[in-house]
Design a protein around this ligand. Structure first.
Ligand code: ADP
Ligand code: G6P
Length: 451
């Protein structure tokens, strides 16, 4: 069996790493004696010019360090101040600096150089996400001929957003060196084809075959899943003492997102405000628990979203709270996975309302965590990739506070039989199309792309 080599910006180090992608790739990496390469998370002025190998997993793991300048330009800069906002429809938040693009190219070139001595002739390489678009081109320059696939975890921009990039043509040039480009949702594949059409040297040969800059490649939709069995077990085993207590017995609505402007947290708060405004009888009867760990804090746009979110939570609490009840509880920290699973199970409503999102795994985790006998209701944004699979959720437009408030009311009032029926359909999808299904389907398509 061909060895699987995975490259991602983040690599799970430490003993017994867990988490979605690790589980997704564990089987394939383990059974093929695979290798996973990624950024160590450490910056230093003079990083080693070779990979550092790590013990403690059933497959090989190797990492590289970055200089502070690389980190600023490649990670905070081009990856998260150019590509991330553009792919999430927020070109207004983009910051274009020539050194960002140079740093991004430079780091990808360096990763290719560090990787090549460790490659074998029958490897297959799987590159993860937007931080590493140029990697296939750099590897091909170094005469790597094995199959190379890419998977994009975030949305692919349509033509208007693509045109705001400083280098739209180069994005397609980068992608054209892959044998297979994988996307989360049909919407992304459609955007890819529509955006590429503006290039001079582009042809769509069939549904999944494209010719770009004289190179043939394939592209397809592979919606990522979660490790459903593990999450179900985690939620079932949640400890009584970790449960949230409420003085007034309020029903819990839960939101769990990195504090990112793409997640629609202020819009969610305003919808909750509209709900409380519209029905005074809900006072002390319902509350919103928002868990939002910090992320990319040295980028301006992330500081702004933090200020906006905290300000809004304070204002809504000031307006509606009683001595026994705070309508919004806002936690700006990560919390342990088993506690999270228990809180999902306890929450009567799951709020997953991003303005744009590749897939959104929280939607799937919330469903997996429910008690099928008395399940909660998922409210899901039409702009999450998950909405293409999870049509039995209450699908909402996150920009419309009154529509969202109505969905919240509908979820509060929903009879048990309807909750059970919707949950059963959602759970089927989460269990059948789990993370193992995702990686197996993708890797099979990568093998075929070469044939
Ligand atoms: P993104 O990849 O954009 O952050 P996803 O919803 O796809 O969004 O994945 C987020 C992952 O991070 C989920 O597995 C979720 O459970 C986890 N997560 C989010 N917030 C927290 C938190 N406060 N504590 C622990 N895990 C979290
Ligand atoms: C999204 C991206 C990942 C990224 C993660 C966390 O899920 O698709 O590539 O790793 O967010 O962001 P961070 O910048 O902390 O790695």
């Amino acid at each position: 069996m061909a060895r699987l080599v995975v490259i991602s910006n983040r690599i799970p180090l430490g003993d017994n790493p867990s988490g979605g992608l690790v589980v997704a790739l564990d089987d394939a990496l383990r059974s093929s004696g695979g290798l996973w390469v990624g950024f160590s998370g450490e910056t230093m002025d003079a990083p080693a010019d070779e990979l550092t190998f790590h013990e403690g997993a059933a497959f090989q793991r190797a990492s590289f360090d970055l200089t502070p300048q690389d980190h600023d330009e490649y990670y905070l800069g081009y990856s998260n101040s150019v590509l991330w906002p553009v792919c999430h429809g927020r070109a207004d938040l983009m910051r274009i600096l020539p050194e960002y693009l140079e740093g991004y190219r430079r780091v990808n070139k360096r990763i290719a150089r560090l990787l090549v001595p460790h490659l074998k002739p029958d490897d297959r390489i799987w590159v993860q996400d937007y931080q590493l678009f140029p990697l296939a081109e750099e590897l091909r320059r170094l005469r790597v001929t094995v199959p190379i696939g890419h998977f994009l975890h975030i949305p692919f921009p349509g033509p208007t957003d693509c045109a705001t990039l400083p280098n739209p043509d180069e994005l397609f040039e980068w992608l054209s060196h892959y044998d297979l480009a994988g996307f989360q949702a049909q919407r992304d594949l459609d955007n890819f084809a529509a955006s590429a059409r503006s290039l001079s040297d582009f042809a769509q040969l069939s549904d999944d075959r494209f010719r770009i800059a004289g190179r043939d490649m394939r592209a397809g939709v592979f919606p990522i899943g979660i490790d459903a069995a593990a999450f179900i077990a985690e939620a079932r085993g949640a400890r009584e003492e970790d449960k949230m207590r409420s003085l007034t017995g309020a029903q819990i609505m839960i939101g769990v997102d990195r504090l990112d402007y793409s997640k629609g947290i202020p819009q969610r708060f305003r919808a909750f405000q509209a709900l409380l405004d519209g029905d005074p009888a809900l006072t002390e009867k319902v509350m919103l628990l928002q868990i939002a760990p910090p992320t990319r804090e040295s980028v301006d746009a992330y500081q702004q979203i933090r200020e906006e979110t905290e300000h809004l939570a304070g204002r809504i609490n000031g307006q509606f709270a009683t001595v026994n009840w705070t309508p919004i509880r806002f936690i700006h920290r990560p919390i342990p996975r088993n506690e999270l699973a228990g809180l999902f199970r306890q929450a009567r409503i799951g709020l997953v309302t991003p303005l744009a999102d590749g897939m959104n795994l929280v939607a799937k985790e919330y469903v997996a965590a429910q008690d099928p006998a008395d399940p909660g209701v998922l409210i899901l944004s039409r702009f999450a990739g998950a909405a293409e699979q999870m049509s039995d959720a209450l699908i909402v437009n996150p920009h419309d506070p009154s529509e969202m408030a109505q969905a919240m009311q509908q979820a509060i009032d929903m009879p048990l039989e309807e909750r059970q029926a919707r949950h059963a359909a959602l759970l089927r999808c989460v269990v059948e199309q789990d993370v193992g299904w995702w990686s197996a389907t993708y890797l099979e398509a990568l093998a075929q792309a070469r044939d």
